[in-house]
Design a protein around this ligand. Structure first.
Ligand code: CA
Length: 399
């Protein structure tokens, strides 16, 4: 697929994250009421104003400060609005569209996050972390290649890019019993977040194909992690306070429609999956993802290395009859390749703190106060890219 040219000239450059092929949705304000918008080049289309002027029809939902209302209109409406917006922004489109400059806008959390579940779908990551926590013999649990492993997280701690993150206090293992301390091993986890745009009901088992249809789009997601708290608390029920200090997502939701040309299959299967987890078509995307510390690129890999797709995770999530809600956020799990510079967490990159890395001339094993972590990601087309923008968070000292 090639670039679809827009009359918004900044959208036509090869390294712009937001060409007309992308059209991600977000929520913005300019010192006034937050409302829905779509990114195009270095501008934002004011979708609420478009609706007001009769240029789009989304039942008035674009005037709301969250995209949940629009998502609730369903896939046929998502497709209809995307087609209409594409026509308005194409070279022969409507040059009187209400646009605002992105530099003048404040970006907000794009959805009301109804629920948050975090998975563990990178085999490299699961193995690397398993070695550090349990040794190489027990690294990958027996069920790992048979089903997506996840835990129910907290929607209340999800924040938008740019929100400062406070180093947590916590109970950790000391020499002579537990101690209460500021986290000493603060880490990031580079993930993709899938946003569920349709409900399912209690008792309904959703197929992988149906799960695909329910996913509205994707964001970058940093699942901040307190490793010392995690190591002490995680058995037998999994992470709890180690993962509740904050989860940062990028402000623009890249739709499944925009990622469609980059669909690809994932990692090779170790064993066949049970029928309810089998896909009728490839469920991953060819997406470069990486992270920075204080502006320096630290790790970079590809989302297509994952073992389970978001659709498989969603299908498994409903296998007991658990209902999904509009605004459900599903974290992919840390995305890591096999090499240290392909890992999405410092825990893996520094071998549990044993091999420090150099950042701006300083040594790091884990994140220090004042450090800023950024995630980036894009799919590369022919002369254009579908980007996610940034997902930033700076660490404040414990209090
Ligand atoms: Ca995680």
């Amino acid at each position: 697929m090639t670039l679809i040219r827009s009359w918004v000239e900044s959208a036509n450059s090869a390294d712009c994250p937001f060409p007309l092929n992308n059209l991600p949705y977000g929520v913005f304000s300019c010192g006034d009421a937050p409302r829905c918008g779509a990114a195009i080049g270095d501008m934002i289309v004011d979708l609420a104003a478009c609706e007001k002027h009769g240029l789009l029809d989304a039942g008035g939902t674009f005037a709301e400060p969250r995209l949940n209302g629009f998502m609730g209109l369903g896939r046929a409406k998502w497709d209809q609005v995307r087609a209409a917006l594409t026509a308005l922004l194409a070279e022969d489109g409507n040059r009187d569209l209400p646009l605002v400059a992105m530099v003048d806008a404040m970006l907000h959390l794009p959805i009301h996050v109804t629920e948050f579940t975090d998975f563990y779908a990178s085999k490299n990551h699961a193995f690397n972390v398993g070695v550090l926590f349990r040794g190489p013999e027990n690294a990958l649990p027996a069920q790992w290649t048979h089903m997506p492993i996840g835990y129910n997280g907290r929607a209340s701690s999800v924040v938008v890019s740019g929100t400062p993150i406070r180093r947590p206090m916590g109970q950790v293992k000391g020499e002579d019993g537990p101690i209460w301390t500021a986290c000493r091993r603060l880490d990031l986890e580079m993930e993709l977040g899938a946003i569920v745009g349709m409900d399912s009901t209690l008792g309904e088992r959703v197929s992988v194909d149906r799960a695909e249809e329910m996913i509205f789009g994707y964001v970058l997601l940093n699942d901040w992690s307190a490793r010392d708290v995690q190591a002490w608390e995680y058995q037998p029920l999994g992470p709890f306070q180690a993962k509740a200090l904050g989860t940062t997502i990028s402000p623009w939701i890249v739709t499944q429609a925009a990622l469609e040309p980059f669909r690809t299959k994932g990692a090779e299967r170790v064993n066949p999956l049970l029928d309810y987890l089998r896909e009728s078509r490839p469920g991953l995307y060819d997406l470069t993802v990486g992270w920075t510390m204080n502006g320096q690129v630290m790790g970079q890999t590809n989302y297509k290395t994952m073992y389970y797709s978001s659709a498989q995770q969603l299908a498994h999530h409903t296998s007991s009859g658990c209902p999904m809600r509009i605004g459900d956020l599903l974290g992919s799990g840390t995305i890591s390749g096999p090499e240290p510079d392909q890992t999405g967490a410092l825990l893996e990159m520094t071998q549990g703190g044993k091999t420090p890395v150099t950042v701006g001339g300083e040594s790091r094993t884990f994140i220090e106060d004042g450090d800023e972590i950024g995630l980036f990601g894009h799919a590369q087309g022919d002369g254009y890219r579908v980007g996610f923008g940034t997902c930033l968070g700076k660490i404040l000292p414990a209090q």
